[in-house]
Design a protein around this ligand. Structure first.
Ligand code: PMP
Ligand code: GLN
Length: 379
């Protein structure tokens, strides 16, 4: 058949993880923990399976999970979404992002995103017939120039996709960035899709700048999160989105005929975890900050320059003192010859990105981080 997405191949995450396996390299490429999620959560899943909670969940998600998310959202962001109308449980954050884009973007609509940007946004926009307008941000700060953003808005602009804490740059927005975004779009008919999957992996003193804190912006926004990140369970594939009822009603039309509903016992286990073990997400910043610092300290005597990581479980390093190779070639070389797999930054950008930066994932056991740092210090 004629391809609807002719430019797309296999994702960089699949490619680099396969290369890591082939060369028996330490895999700091694709973002996933090499340790397991909480024992309590795994026990609750076994319990709900054994109790026979194994038939279809309601289309929007089980009530206990939606109610637990509503309570937690109010506690953290001072805003209580309606558990029945505003919260939808999806197959990972990936499905939330897809249904939001599919429901909101029509043929010819323009969607603004900031590069480097996570890889699943643009294909969904293209399939919906939309046009991506990608604004390139520059290292090391990856700060948005709001005047440049305003210049990109046209009568066709339908949606802006934002992501904080940001994969892959590990930078975070402040509340004033959210306010600037609001000021720029307030008098326009533009929606905001806010990818907040790393909401609990934020090291910035000011905390995570959620759109849900902003009373006006949240009326136009879809906030997306992922239990894969928060509970170290990327393979469970459960995420959710929060949006006002009239927006959620549209997203749910897509969700209803895409997946219909998500694994019942997993949802019930997650609801128990949210209710009974709030300390887990409260302790997450310190848990990951220790891993970040361990890897950064391990690289202190290397020829790699470590950039600050304010959030996510990623760290950028500059290898310009080590090699002249471009970032894709360098990541291949590093996997094959040094035994450490990483992700090149340029693949997240539509425009040329000639910087010598690669992304390392530190969601790993101390032994893994130490072994990787030891190899990288030999560069
Ligand atoms: N957005 C970003 C920025 C991510 O890093 C990820 C996971 N790598 C996702 C979305 C997708 O999350 P999930 O695994 O829950 O689908
Ligand atoms: N989000 C993960 C990362 O950034 C990858 C997820 C995937 O492989 N689709 O590494």
């Amino acid at each position: 058949p004629e391809s609807k997405l002719p430019a797309l191949g296999t994702t960089i995450f699949t490619q680099m993880s396969a290369l890591a396996q082939k060369h028996n390299a330490i895999n700091l490429s694709q973002g996933f923990p090499d340790f397991d999620g909480p024992q309590y959560l795994r026990d609750r899943l076994a319990y709900h399976v054994s109790q026979g909670s194994n038939q279809y969940a309601p289309m929007t998600g089980t009530a206990p999970l939606r109610e637990a998310i509503a309570a937690k959202t109010e506690q953290i962001y001072g805003y209580a979404p309606d558990a029945s109308t505003d919260i939808t449980i999806t197959a990972g954050a990936t499905e939330s992002l897809y249904i939001a884009i599919t429901a909101l973007v029509s043929k010819g609509d323009e969607v603004i995103a900031f590069d480097p940007s996570y890889d699943c946004y643009a294909p969904a926009v293209e399939l919906a017939g939309g046009v991506m307008k990608r604004i390139q941000l520059q290292p090391p700060e990856f700060k948005v120039n709001w005047a440049e953003f305003a210049d990109q808005i046209t009568d066709r602009t339908k949606l802006v996709i934002i992501n904080t804490p940001h994969n892959p740059s590990a930078t975070v927005w402040s509340d004033s960035d959210v306010e600037q975004l609001w000021q720029t779009i307030a008098d326009k008919h533009i929606f905001v899709l806010s990818d907040e999957v790393y909401e609990h992996i934020c090291f910035a003193p000011q905390g995570h700048a959620s759109v849900l804190r902003h009373p006006e912006l949240r009326q136009r926004a879809i906030a997306v999160s992922s239990f894969g990140k928060t509970y170290h369970m990327t393979g469970w594939r459960v995420g959710y989105c929060i949006a006002p009822a009239i927006i959620s009603a549209e997203l749910r039309k897509v969700h209803q005929y895409l997946t219909f509903s998500i694994t019942t016992p997993v949802q019930l286990a997650l609801a128990d975890m949210l209710r009974e073990a709030p300390e887990h997400w409260q302790e997450l910043p310190a848990f990951y900050q220790a891993k970040r610092d361990r890897l950064a300290q391990g690289l202190a005597n290397s020829r790699l320059k470590v950039l600050p990581s304010q959030g996510t479980y990623f760290l950028l390093v500059d290898y310009s003192d080590v090699s002249d190779l471009d970032d894709v070639a360098f990541c291949h070389w590093l996997t094959e010859h040094v035994g450490v797999a990483a992700i090149p930054m340029s693949v997240f950008c539509a425009a040329p990105f000639p910087h010598k930066l690669i992304r390392l994932c530190f969601a790993k056991r101390e032994a893994t981080l130490d072994a990787a740092a030891e190899r990288l210090c030999q560069l």
